[in-house]
Design a protein around this ligand. Sequence first.
Ligand SMILES: Nc1ncnc2c1ncn2[C@@H]1O[C@H](COP(=O)(O)OP(=O)(O)OP(=O)(O)O)[C@@H](O)[C@H]1O
Ligand SMILES: [Mg+2]
Length: 291
Amino acid sequence: MQLKDVMYDADDVIDLCQTKAKERRLASSSSYSSSNASCGCPLLSCFRNPFFAHEIGSKIKEINSRLERIAKRKADLGLTKSPIIPRVDSIIHRKTDHLIVVDDIVGEKIEEDTEMLVSWLTEEEKGVRENVCVVAILGMGGIGKSTLAKKIFNDPRIEDEFQLKIWVCVSKEVKGEEVLKCVIRGAGGEPGYTNERSELVPILERHVNGKKFFLVLDDVWAESRAVWDGLLRAPMSSGAHGSRLLVTSRDERVANGMRATKSHRVEKLSDEDGWSLLIKQVFLKTKMVLF
Ligand SMILES: Nc1ncnc2c1ncn2[C@@H]1O[C@H](COP(=O)(O)OP(=O)(O)OP(=O)(O)O)[C@@H](O)[C@H]1O
Ligand SMILES: [Mg+2]
């Protein structure tokens, strides 16, 4: 509030200078050449009057000392500029889990995609020496990549095929230690309080060792794609042959960087399915308001 007052007073000083400069210009144009009076910057011409210059100078001095007092109080109170923290609801919105409401799913296409991807994930990859093969789901934001991945994750055939199922939401800014901890927990382990990679990596290795696992890394960005090659791949190679990593991303570079053996691009819903999704959503919201 005090700062606001000072700023208004500073604004008044500028207005006063402008008015005086205008008066001077009008007076000088009626007596002699205007270029003589303006001397380059019209606003500064008002300071040619020593009385006015003194009056304005005192006002500026007074404004400066008020600003200094405010700055001192800010320092005394220990006030600092807080960083801009993203809204909590947007963070929650981006973090995904594997849970799904089956009745909310619409369209034949997602059923067909699920069939194809489940068979990719469960069939044997011929001529592949690696224990863990990578399959990618690609497509633009909001197209339904995570929804498809959830549907696959919850499919009974996946349940039957793999000993371990782990879902980790990666997102753009990710801490390697956090991902390690999530995967350890997903594998039934307890990472403890350490944040040391050198301690977390062997825990992970122990928990996946010899097990056929299905890991989903949801929402991987180009910026976070190193989580696989640079962090998880080595300890998770101790998993049994036939283990699978399913990654979802908007960015094709992620699939290439992770050396996905197969990629599937999600296409947009048909007009008909889009309508039924819209109706479902509207109906859901209306019900929420009514009851
Ligand atoms: N087939 C579908 N049936 C019902 N809802 C769907 C379907 N596909 C997508 N949706 C809905 O559309 C929204 C966006 O889907 P989803 O989160 O899967 O997109 P995404 O491709 O993973 O997006 P992002 O790139 O932002 O992670 C969600 O609310 C989801 O429930
Ligand atoms: Mg997603």
